[in-house]
Design a protein around this ligand. Structure first.
Ligand code: ATP
Length: 538
């Protein structure tokens, strides 16, 4: 945001005002929410000014999504809550469709897209909910969506089915739909766009694209609330930020006046020691797995070895093919080719299956946590216990008492909140669900553990615990393959990082060269100046 666009800050009452006496675009006061016996929001007040980008931060389970879903009308708040938009009282509980009519649009964590419908149908989903299909002029709608995509520089065919899109493209569609809604429904110079963790699925270029859209929306006078875990992103794009801790307001800060450490302390409530791996691969350890001539479009002719106890990062821009590698090794990717050597045997990847891979001690945690990685309608215990169910059989069948004790201990170890083994996975906050799924695989001590974006949506404090757990698994002998676009995460945990461009490994970083800046630079450089690919890395 340029200085003339940025709202000036009047700290007398904590609200930045562009015009003296200007009312907040959104003022939510005294919002509380109780689920069962747990108060997950406790008297939260948030004010967002016209033209402001306001960050909303907090540890996993601190209540951010619940707060947003309350504004959206998906949850009813406890009595006493108030919502005031541009100085006018608005209904709370919010009736169905009410927020949209009042010019508030949302991108929720689950994106609210229908995978079996086309991109075009998804762009019109809210209209489809209120209009008969034949009332929609499809030709005109297709043209409008094409124009919108052009304005947002999105290169996706509107007739593609959403189920065929990468997660990052799905996020762009949901974001684009919300931006359009605000523009069309709110009226000139108004509107509130609420983005609940839109960035974890986006590559760096997508984040830049999103931020330039955010800047253009607020330059027109609309306001944006952005929920994110990435403190650097929050400091880059927001004017102010509100931090929730255990459902309560921990503070509101002017973003450029708060340091990275200030944010961490407000989020966690204490200082946090950042995890850092030793970054020294042990070359004396035997090779745990060898991948040869792997092909899984766009990955092509990829070969590398991974040693026992090694944490190997795979990275690149989205579309460079690095994220296809774990899927292909696990037999979860159709039309892949090449071989995997593990445990003294060689497996053709075109005949690989998840069952075969697991039989060889290979575990894989995909990024899609409530799609392919976990089952939302099953409990924490059922999800966590699936790969080790056999250990809990006795003569009478499955010993659920023993399972609950084990899952509770794992919950304590990985800081899963709430630590209730019988609770459905889908009722956990995004980050806590991810901790359950990580624990599920870490407990099996696999020969080869493959993680796709393992700490997506996990807060800064819990991340350090997961990094320690990954490190512990590697010290016990697991070879760990981490596919991620998160350079900071890779720099914290990896012993070696392979950078991909156009389907090939083009750079290898080891030891002290593994820094956040180096990984980001190499990723961009590899994309722009790809020369001779490295065919084989050992
Ligand atoms: N429908 C529900 N039923 C019971 N508990 C719920 C429900 N929805 C949320 N919770 C609980 O409310 C608390 C706050 O969850 P919420 O999703 O708001 O956290 P969050 O701050 O958005 O976390 P994250 O960063 O992990 O997304 C969590 O303990 C969660 O388990």
């Amino acid at each position: 945001m340029s200085p003339e666009q940025a709202p000036s800050v009047d700290l007398k009452d904590g609200f930045p005002r562009r015009i003296p006496g200007e009312a907040p675009a959104l003022l939510a006061r005294n919002v509380s929410k109780i689920f069962g016996t747990t108060k997950v929001l406790d008297d939260v007040t948030l004010a967002v000014m016209p033209g402001e980008v306001h960050g909303l931060l907090g540890a996993n389970g601190s209540g951010k999504s619940t707060f947003i879903k309350t504004i959206a009308g998906l949850h009813d708040p406890e009595p006493g809550a108030e919502l005031i938009l541009y100085g006018q009282g608005a209904p709370l509980p919010m009736p169905a469709g009410g927020a949209r009519r009042l010019g508030i649009s949302f991108v929720h964590q689950h994106l609210a897209l229908m995978p079996s419908l086309t991109v075009l149908e998804n762009m019109l989903l809210n209209d489809l909910a209120v209009e008969q299909n034949f009332n929609i002029r499809w030709g005109k709608a297709k043209k409008q969506v094409a124009e919108t995509f052009e304005r947002f520089d999105i290169k996706i065919d509107p007739m593609t089915r959403v189920q065929d899109l990468a997660q990052s493209d799905r996020a762009l569609i949901a974001i684009c739909r919300a931006f359009e809604e605000v523009r069309l429904n709110a009226g000139a110079g108004r509107g509130i766009l609420i983005l609940d963790e839109p960035t974890p699925f986006l590559p760096k270029s997508g984040v830049d694209q999103l931020f330039s859209l955010v800047r253009s929306v607020v330059a027109d006078g609309a306001s944006v609330i952005l929920v994110a875990h990435d403190i650097d992103e929050i400091r880059e794009i927001t004017d102010r930020a509100t931090i929730l801790r255990d459902g309560k307001l921990a503070g509101t800060v002017v973003s450029e006046q708060a340091s990275h450490e200030d944010f961490i302390e407000l989020i966690v409530g204490e200082k946090v020691t950042m995890f850092q791996s030793a970054r020294t691969p042990d070359h004396s350890k035997p090779i745990a797995a060898s991948v040869r001539k792997l092909r899984a479009s766009p990955a092509e002719n990829v070969s590398f070895d991974i040693r026992e106890g090694e944490i190997l990062g795979l990275t690149g821009l989205i579309g460079s093919g690095f994220d296809r590698v774990p899927e292909a090794i696990f037999g979860a990717q159709k039309d892949s080719d090449g071989t995997l050597e593990i445990g003294g045997q060689s497996f053709a990847l075109n005949a690989m299956s998840p069952g075969k891979a697991m039989g060889q001690g290979v575990a894989f945690l995909p990024a899609d946590r409530l799609g392919r990685a976990g089952i939302g309608t099953l409990s924490i215990a059922e999800n966590m216990i699936l790969p080790v169910m056999g250990d809990f059989r006795n003569l009478l069948g499955i010993d659920w008492g023993k399972i609950n004790t084990h899952v509770f201990d794992m919950g304590r170890k990985y800081d899963i909140r709430p630590n209730r083994p019988y609770q459905d996975l889908k009722s956990l906050s995004g980050g806590n669900a991810q901790k359950v799924l990580m624990a599920k695989w870490l407990q099996t001590l696999p020969k080869l553990l493959m993680l796709d974006e393992p700490t997506q949506g996990v807060d800064v404090g819990a991340r350090q615990k997961l990094f320690q757990a990954i490190d512990e698994a590697s010290r016990k002998g697991s070879a760990v393959l981490v596919a991620s676009t998160d350079a900071e995460q890779l720099a914290q945990i990896c012993h070696r990082v392979l950078v991909f461009a156009k389907g090939q490994i083009v750079t290898e970083l080891t030891g002290a060269d593994i820094t956040k800046d180096n990984i980001s630079q190499e990723t961009l450089r590899a994309h722009g100046t790809q020369t001779e690919p490295k065919q084989e890395v050992a």
